[in-house]
Design a protein around this ligand. Structure first.
Ligand code: ADP
Ligand code: MG
Length: 326
């Protein structure tokens, strides 16, 4: 399963992502590849590990190395500079099939050895990028990884997503089996969620979205969220005063915080996300369409040439067909 946590800045994406990761690790004993795709890199701190700046995926050398690995023997992509966010996998591509994928290993921070929990971080703007690039271009490489992935019951990708509706910029919304949309019981938060739902409907991915309330204090909060977003909640997370105190003490999220009540919430999220409403094959078809749409853009034609050929009509997400499965 590939699952993303989205919502307004401050709604609880990083907190719920890390709780879900800890639940998968400690309760379900699952291997996890966590991806921090937010400009504000918080996931490492919440998981109690330190990021090595040299491994951030926003670095051009790191992105190039990752794309070289993903490209493998795919002849439809002449070189890694031709990777667009929508570049699909094709014959010969390497697919990410485990949380300890050797091609990504140099850029992972290990959070747990058994089961394996590894963290990849996209990263923020560097000083040369300020005013020159938009954050979306940094996300391209995360999109490439996600489109070149085959998960299994024992391999989950959990993505702490960029804030707000930015995730619709390129193909991010097409990359997941489930999207957890987090709503605080505030008009500001539910407004973003409503917009997100509208965009998701337009792109045909609204079926993937599970609305989860956060910092909820009573039944009125739940009603406020479902009414204003116009969607039923899958579950809600209570406001946790002890979380603030724990964070003030510098404690990681997990451990005692993941009490039986929160464990049950995480179980409901896992179960809700279990059966993907859109199959990987259907998502690939949508990615192909988006790729062809991007191919019509002038900046693509000028910078990349015609990329329609990158689509391999015969490709299927079967790990044994991947270029260099170990
Ligand atoms: N259920 C909750 N109860 C209390 N505080 C919470 C809860 N969820 C998140 N927080 C706090 O809200 C703030 C924002 O959460 P965070 O996960 O960083 O949001 P995001 O990643 O969406 O920006 C943090 O200080 C976090 O500790
Ligand atoms: Mg965050």
């Amino acid at each position: 399963m590939k699952i993303a946590f989205v919502g307004k800045g401050g709604s609880g994406k990083s907190t719920l992502s890390s709780l879900f990761i800890r639940y998968l690790q400690n309760v379900r004993k699952r291997n996890v590849l966590a991806i921090d795709a937010d400009l504000n890199m918080n996931l490492a701190g919440l998981l109690g590990v330190t990021i090595d700046e040299q491994t951030l995926m926003a670095r051009p050398d790191v992105a190039e190395s990752i794309r070289n690995f993903l490209k493998g023997g795919n002849k439809r992509v002449p070189d890694v500079s031709k990777f667009l966010p929508t570049t699909p996998p094709g014959a010969g591509s390497n697919l990410v099939c485990s949380a300890q994928e050797p091609g990504l290993q140099p850029f992972c921070v290990n959070v747990s050895q058994s089961p394996i929990v590894n963290l990849l971080t996209v990263g923020s703007y560097d000083k040369d990028g300020i005013g020159q690039t938009c954050y979306h271009s940094h996300l391209f490489v995360a999109e490439n990884i996600l489109s070149h992935t085959v998960t299994s019951p024992d391999f989950t990708i959990v993505c702490d997503m960029v804030a707000g509706t930015d995730a619709f910029a390129y193909s991010m919304h097409l990359q997941f089996d489930a999207i957890v949309l987090i709503a605080e019981p505030t008009p500001e938060s539910t407004e973003v969620c409503k917009l997100y739902m509208d965009l998701a409907r337009q792109c045909g991915v609204d079926k993937l979205i599970h609305l989860v309330g956060n910092k909820v204090e009573d039944a009125d909060d739940i009603e406020f969220i479902s009414k204003t977003v116009d969607k039923k909640l899958l579950v809600s997370v209570p406001a946790m005063p002890k979380l603030k105190k724990a964070r003030q003490r510098g404690e990681i999220v997990g451990g005692e915080l993941l009490d039986p009540r929160l464990t049950q919430v995480m179980r409901i999220i896992e179960n809700g996300a279990q059966l993907p409403a859109i199959s990987p094959a259907q998502r690939l078809e949508m990615l192909h369409k988006l790729h062809l749409k991007l191919n019509e853009k002038q900046w693509v034609q000028l910078g990349y040439g015609d990329v329609a050929d990158q689509i391999d009509p015969d490709f299927q997400y079967l790990p044994h067909l991947a270029g260099a499965i170990k």
